[in-house]
Design a protein around this ligand. Structure first.
Ligand code: PLP
Length: 384
């Protein structure tokens, strides 16, 4: 039996949607992109959604739209994919980290508050904080908003895991962060193979993001700085990139989006079942909170001191049994590139303790109970 840790679901309708674009007049910049953007904005309660080539590109132009430049300062979490921190380096800003809360595995509000107080005292507050909705569980957005208003920083939410997640009765992607970013990489919740989305309620930020996505070039009459010279006329008014998504990808995303809620339901059922089957002293399981619904991109167990075997042994045993275990993530600050920037192991103890014990076990909508039982029995044997 081979069980991947994640697996995309491509339906006949998805395939038809992509083939229809291939047979149409537009492969890129056609009608599927605005249709996908509108549907995504509606599903996530946002005024604007802007589709781009991938979430890494989205994080990059989000910081640019938020005016972060060389000499700026961005804070994020060590437990994330490296892109959450790299975006700061792309714009020449400095990056720093806030440790995680061991229960939610998201940015710790207590650590953030303490670090902000110290930063204020020393005269260098962050321009932007990038919290991560790790595994699909929304971060503490209400508390983050209060701190953002108090200390005047902007919130760029890395919601790459959280497509379809909910927080305080509303969808993730609206209401709290200045900009939220989603990923449609093949292992994520909804896929376009590669792709990303930015949501915002701010008209001006949305305008800038659209401009930065396409070279900083505009044809919109109200954005031209000079008189139009004719129907061909366009102007470059800022330095942007080619970060566009294609119409084929957008058609796939739009088709996938209709199954988003059903997938969340299925992932929730499987997560509840893991909770039941693995609920013993050997495993520290993901938390479930009353005020938010995870999209369950990942299900991560931490081995406790009750387990004799090492994490490496348990991991190798799972792989040997054909189970696609994974580890999310190596703390960003411990990578060689970040060590060269002055960070070191020991800087963020909660993130490091989590990392040393974490194993991501398979979870995807098409997973069967038989597959899940096999994961559980194998894990029980290895951690026995
Ligand atoms: C996947 C991921 C990204 C990057 O997404 P891409 O679409 O692959 O660029 C960024 N942040 C987090 C937390 C992710 O999981």
């Amino acid at each position: 039996m081979h069980i991947p840790y994640s697996r995309q679901e491509i339906s006949e309708a998805d395939i038809t949607a992509v083939v229809d674009v291939l047979k149409s007049d537009f492969l890129t910049q056609g009608p599927a992109i605005p249709a996908f953007e509108r549907a995504f904005a509606e599903a996530h309660g946002a005024r604007h959604a802007i589709a781009v080539a991938n979430a890494t590109a989205a994080l990059h132009i989000a910081l640019m739209a938020l005016d972060v430049k060389a000499g700026g300062l961005v804070w994020t979490c060590p437990i994330s994919f490296v892109a959450s921190a790299n975006c700061a380096l792309y714009v020449g800003a400095d990056v720093d980290f806030v440790d995680i809360d061991p229960v939610t595995r998201n940015m710790s509000i207590e650590e953030l508050r303490t670090k902000l107080q110290a930063a204020k005292a020393s005269g260098r507050l962050p321009d932007v904080v990038v919290p991560v909705d790790f595994s699909g569980l929304a971060c503490d957005l209400k508390e983050l908003r209060e701190l953002a208003d108090l200390y005047s920083f902007r919130i760029l939410e890395d919601a790459s895991h959280a497509t379809g997640a909910r927080y305080l009765d509303g969808p993730v992607g609206s209401g709290f962060a200045d900009i939220s970013v989603f990923s449609f990489h093949a292992v994520k919740i909804v896929t376009t193979a590669e792709g990303g989305m930015l949501t915002t309620d701010d008209d001006e930020l949305a305008r800038r993001l659209r401009l930065l996505r396409t070279h900083g070039v505009t044809r919109e009459a109200d954005q031209l700085e000079r008189q139009s010279e004719g129907g061909w006329y366009y102007e470059q008014v800022a330095l942007g990139f080619n970060y566009r998504i294609t119409d084929m990808q957008a058609a796939l995303g739009l088709s996938q989006l209709s199954r988003m809620d059903a997938w969340r339901g299925r992932r929730q059922t499987l997560a509840d079942r893991y909770d039941r089957l693995l609920g013993n002293e050997r495993f520290k399981l993901p938390v479930q909170l009353q005020d938010r619904a995870s999209s369950w991109h990942l299900y991560v167990v931490e081995l406790t001191d009750a387990v004799q075997a090492t994490r490496a042994e348990v991991f190798a045993g799972l792989r040997e049994a054909g189970i696609g275990a994974n580890v999310h993530y190596i703390p960003i600050h411990t990578h060689p590139h970040y060590e060269r920037l002055g960070f070191k192991r020991g800087d963020y103890p909660n993130s490091e303790r989590y990392y040393d014990r974490a194993i991501t076990i398979p979870l995807f909508p098409a997973m069967t109970e038989t597959q899940q039982d096999f994961v559980v029995s194998t894990l029980n044997r290895l951690a026995g």
